[in-house]
Design a protein around this ligand. Structure first.
Ligand SMILES: Nc1nc2c(c(=O)[nH]1)N[C@H]1C(S)=C(S)[C@@H](COP(=O)(O)O)O[C@H]1N2
Ligand SMILES: [Mo]
Length: 199
């Protein structure tokens, strides 16, 4: 019996189970940015949650760093068909950031330094499904990958994971973001291959 070959097939089966339809695996980390990389000095950086009632919760960089940190390892799936398995991040769970936020809103519009926006149901940010990450692979998050900090929502196509994130506006009604108004799917579930409007 060939143990090496058994192990190899086992690993391949496992990876196959983790690859959504129409995706291929990459080892490198492609950069996809719709515009130039904004540079945000840390002493001017802030993250905000704006509620539908007009209340704003803000964190400066030191305040954000002082929050409990998590180190999620997740698979990410870009709509341009690459997937990367076991990416490791460090950041703050949205559950922590929403602890003192009083809201009845159903939708979130995420906005970034540089003007990018993306929308999703608020529930897709909660219950351990999303983080504001500031480290990748044990290093400070590079500006081209969204540093100082980016959203990570790994269960949706990676365009929902806003780089250079600046805040989240809570809304009673859905408000499509940058790619969502440009013909991409409003929700973007990679397992249901929701790439474009109508998929
Ligand atoms: N602010 C901002 N966030 C963004 C984007 C962008 O252009 N601007 N591109 C999105 C897309 S389409 C993808 S696939 C990922 C790419 O992240 P990466 O460049 O770190 O691979 O960021 C997403 N977040
Ligand atoms: Mo993407």
């Amino acid at each position: 019996m060939n143990v090496i070959s058994r192990g190899f097939h086992g690993r391949r089966r496992d990876e196959g189970d983790r690859l959504p339809p129409g995706q291929y695996l990459v080892e490198d980390f492609p950069v996809l940015s719709a515009g130039p990389t904004p540079r945000v000095p840390l002493d001017r950086w802030e993250f905000a949650i704006d509620t539908e009632a007009g209340v704003t919760h803000r964190w400066s960089w030191p305040e954000f760093q002082a929050l409990p940190q998590e180190t999620p390892t997740v698979d990410i799936h870009c709509v341009t068909e690459w997937s990367k398995l076991d990416t490791s991040w460090e950041g703050v769970s949205l559950d922590v950031l929403f602890e003192d936020v009083d809201t009845d809103a159903s939708y979130a519009l995420v906005y970034s330094y540089g003007g990018y926006t993306t929308n999703l149901p608020l529930e897709d940010l909660l219950d351990g499904k999303a983080w504001i990450a500031h480290r990748f692979d044990g290093e400070e998050l590079e500006p081209r990958h969204g540093g100082p900090a980016r959203l990570i929502v790994p269960h949706l196509y990676f365009w929902k994971s806003a780089k250079w994130v600046r805040g989240i506006r809570l809304l009673d009604d859905d408000h499509p973001g940058f790619w969502e108004t440009a013909g991409y799917h409003n929700y973007g579930d990679p397992w249901r291959e929701q790439r474009y409007e109508g998929d």
